[in-house]
Design a protein around this ligand. Structure first.
Ligand code: 7TS
Length: 406
């Protein structure tokens, strides 16, 4: 049974007061709060196990290594990767995307093409621009319409043997739009030999992921948006491609042998994990998966989608409120502005005084803001612990802000 009070009781931070009001935390797309299962795991690691991994023969080092590798296998199952060595620990989505863009450098030539979409976070734009600068490749962008829906017909005309990479997000962080990645992937496979990269930062917290069924080549996400500690993330890559590409960072852990003349690299996954990893964080990411699986993906998704539908309906009752991507399929996020109130952060500051945490601004997606000719939006984003009462408090807060600012 889905017991929201029981779920909330596992998040101590939620029972705080902010500015004298009960905290209403609706900034989950930026980062989620952490349940006791994750906090306890983190604490247990540092009080009982802390040691460096993969190097010591002493007991603690072996224990830390076992726990981290156990977590890797949990993540493998969570996304249904074929092998555990296809799961690489990173600091987050940004590092994962930079790793891929750098490691592919040798395979990209002048006039090759890289396709992304209009709906990308800056971290799925800038690393590709940098790759283009290094290689002379060209960046192409799948356009979107007024509803924020990607115009994937673009792919019919633009995919060719020149296309080497197609990189898109599964869910947009600024608008919450669920992109048609199945169609994007099947069109890409049918019309090119491009590698497919999926940014799952905003999909992993909300939906079940199956990288084999999806048939992507790479899939990246952040732990901190799915109830795990900050500084954790995952890069999944297909074995064949991970074996072919060059490492990103050089250093300890990632070598098989090293001399001044020549270095050979370690096997997967260590080839891509230079330096001391975030052991406590990586183990706690496994605990975050346990938390989500104890509730169940379907329960999480149903609850969050019901919250989103309710929020959309109530917000649209406010005169002059526009939701961006209102008519598109969405999850987890509602992004809006009030007519005549040009500065979203003014609304955000009033909401903060009422204890309501939202994000305002461009959400690291300036091209989307330019498309709508706005500086930013007010964004409320949901997690499994949010309630319908919190949506009511948000709606009343927005009405109050509208009255105060107009
Ligand atoms: N891709 C998407 C779709 C994202 O939403 C984010 C972070 C990133 C990549 C980068 O993730 P990081 O964990 O490496 O920072 N998005 C947001 C956001 O919407 N508000 O704060 C961070």
């Amino acid at each position: 049974m889905f017991d929201i009070q029981n779920i909330r009781s596992q998040f101590p931070i939620l029972s705080q007061k902010i500015n004298g009001k009960d905290l209403v935390y609706l900034d989950n797309a930026a980062t989620s709060q952490k349940p006791l299962l994750v906090l306890d795991c983190w604490m247990k690691y540092y009080t009982e196990i802390n040691a460096n991994v993969h190097r010591g023969i002493h007991t603690l080092s072996q224990l830390a290594t076992e726990e981290m590798e156990l977590s890797r296998r949990k993540i493998q199952k969570f996304i249904n990767a074929k092998h555990d060595f296809e799961v690489i620990f990173t600091k987050g989505t940004t590092e994962g995307l930079n790793l891929i863009a750098y490691s592919l450098t040798n395979l990209i030539k002048k006039d090759d093409e890289i396709i992304i979409s209009y709906l990308e976070h800056h971290s799925n734009i800038v690393p590709w621009q940098m790759l283009c600068q290094r290689t002379g490749a060209k960046l192409k962008v799948i356009p979107m319409d007024e509803n924020g829906v990607l115009q994937i017909d673009f792919l019919d005309k633009n995919l060719s043997e020149k296309t080497k990479i197609v990189s898109v997000n599964q869910v947009s962080n600024a608008l919450g739009i669920v992109n048609p990645i199945d169609e994007i992937i099947s069109k890409t496979r049918a019309n090119s030999n491009a590698l497919i990269v999926i940014d799952g930062a905003q999909s992993v917290p909300h939906m079940k992921i199956d990288v084999q069924k999806m048939d992507c080549d790479f899939f990246v996400f952040s732990g901190h948006k799915m109830y795990a500690p900050m500084g954790t993330g995952i890069l999944y890559g297909k074995e064949e491609i991970l074996r072919k590409i060059q490492p990103f960072h050089g250093g300890g852990e990632m070598i098989a042998s090293c001399s001044f003349e020549k270095t050979t690299y370690a096997d997967l996954p260590f080839k891509f994990e230079a330096g001391t990893p975030n052991v406590g964080g990586n183990i706690s990411l496994g605990a975050a998966i346990d938390f989500m699986e104890n509730i169940g993906h379907e329960n999480i998704q149903n609850h969050e989608n019901a919250l989103l539908d309710y929020a959309q309906k109530k917000l649209l009752e406010i005169d002059g409120l526009r939701i961006y991507g209102e008519k598109a399929k969405r999850t987890g996020v509602v992004s809006f502005n009030l007519e005549g109130i040009g500065i979203a952060s003014d609304v955000g500051m009033i909401l903060d005084k009422l204890g309501i945490a939202v994000r305002t601004g461009h959400h690291c997606t300036q091209p989307i803001m330019d498309f709508f000719d706005i500086a930013g939006t007010v964004r409320a984003s949901f997690a499994v612990y949010n309630t319908f009462e919190e949506v009511d408090i948000l709606v009343e807060g927005v009405k109050k802000a509208q009255k105060m600012l107009s």
